[in-house]
Design a protein around this ligand. Structure first.
Ligand code: ASP
Length: 337
């Protein structure tokens, strides 16, 4: 295959969470703001692939830019715990050799995805949490900020709204005991595509890429779920659940009710279906999102790319902020089905 033909396959896909604004309530202005942000991030990070850079660098930069954007639930703009604090999680994986890095419970590291990458590249380990992760990031010279840097007025309002609503609702929720009052499952009464606004706690950002050299990579970063219990960790930083990349199959980054994504080992399950059962990316991703996850009321979606450059972006919520860019082409972005 010629270099030009290979380069044409290079592709980057991103998501900004499956907790999209309810379609009926989304103003044109709000929609435009999200679409513009997604397109700009795709264009900027996509340039890395266009210039022959690595999938790993492209997903790192895409997620860093998503973390910097206050619209999305990661880095600046992250949601708050029930204690009104931030605890940030991230993971990254290199499909060439399955090297991975992850962090959970960060409080002051400006870009959690850079900390995850540093764990992958500069430690013998895969995952650091809480104080140890902070210390590792500091030793790596990563930028740290005061925790308030991550807060936005919108996230504070969301926490207040959710806490007000849940104080009247907790007794009705069968998941409340296990989750500290955060309902993790959503009504199953036929509302397969029910609106999931961000107050209902979904967010997270992620990126997957195939580069011109045929390498895959994935990265995911999140503030978690609004009103989560301090110390709770979702799927985003768990390799194989919220993030996975393997050159033999695909790269996957997820968003949704993290507990269910961990239980279904979602990202690795998609890769395994391709590797062991010969499923296509589209089939594997569709089965996991629209069949497996729904069996346990798992709600959300994912972006994935395979070694041939096919892209899948399924979700079982009303919307998911998402988009992709192929080297040399304009970005394509969408929110609803
Ligand atoms: N999956 C993330 C978590 O459980 C949240 C999300 O994607 O909205 O922490």
């Amino acid at each position: 295959m010629t270099h030009a033909a290979q380069a044409a396959q290079a592709v980057l896909a991103i998501h900004g969470g499956a907790g999209a604004m309810a379609r009926a309530e989304a103003s044109d202005e709000a929609r435009k703001a999200y679409e513009t942000a997604l397109a700009e991030i795709l264009t900027n990070a996509g340039r890395i692939l266009e210039q022959g850079g690595s999938a790993l660098d492209a997903v790192t930069e895409a997620v860093r830019l998503l973390e910097e954007c206050p619209l999305f639930n990661a880095g600046h703009g992250a949601v708050l715990t029930s204690a009104g604090t931030h605890e940030l999680d991230a993971a990254i994986m290199d499909g060439r050799d399955l090297k991975s890095g992850a962090v959970a419970g960060l409080k002051t590291v400006r870009n959690p995805v850079l900390a995850a990458r540093a764990v992958m590249e500069h430690s013998q380990h895969v995952m650091f949490v809480a104080d140890g992760a902070e210390a590792f990031a500091q030793a790596q010279g990563l930028e740290r900020v005061a925790p308030e840097f991550f807060s936005t007025p919108l996230r504070r309002e969301q926490l207040e709204r959710v806490q007000r609503a849940e104080s009247g609702q907790t007794a009705l929720d069968h998941d409340a005991g296990a989750s500290g009052g955060v309902p993790l499952s959503f009504p199953a009464d036929g509302q397969k595509d029910a609106p999931l606004d961000e107050d209902r706690k979904l967010g997270t950002v992620g990126a997957v890429a195939l580069d011109a050299h045929g390498n895959l990579a994935a990265a995911t970063s999140t503030g978690g779920m609004t009103n989560k219990q301090p110390g709770r960790v979702g799927d985003s930083p768990i390799i194989g659940a919220g993030c996975y990349a393997n050159n033999r199959t695909c790269a996957v980054s997820t968003t949704g009710t993290g507990e269910m994504f961990i239980r279904m080992v979602v990202a690795h399950d998609i890769s395994a279906r391709m590797e062991y059962a010969g499923a296509s990316l589209e089939e594997a991703a569709h089965t996991v999102v629209h069949e497996k996850l729904l069996q346990i009321d798992g709600r959300g979606g994912l972006v994935a790319v395979d070694a041939q450059g096919n892209v899948a972006m399924p979700f079982n919520t009303e919307g998911m902020y998402r988009g992709f860019i192929r080297a040399g082409h304009a970005p394509v972005v969408a929110i609803y089905a």
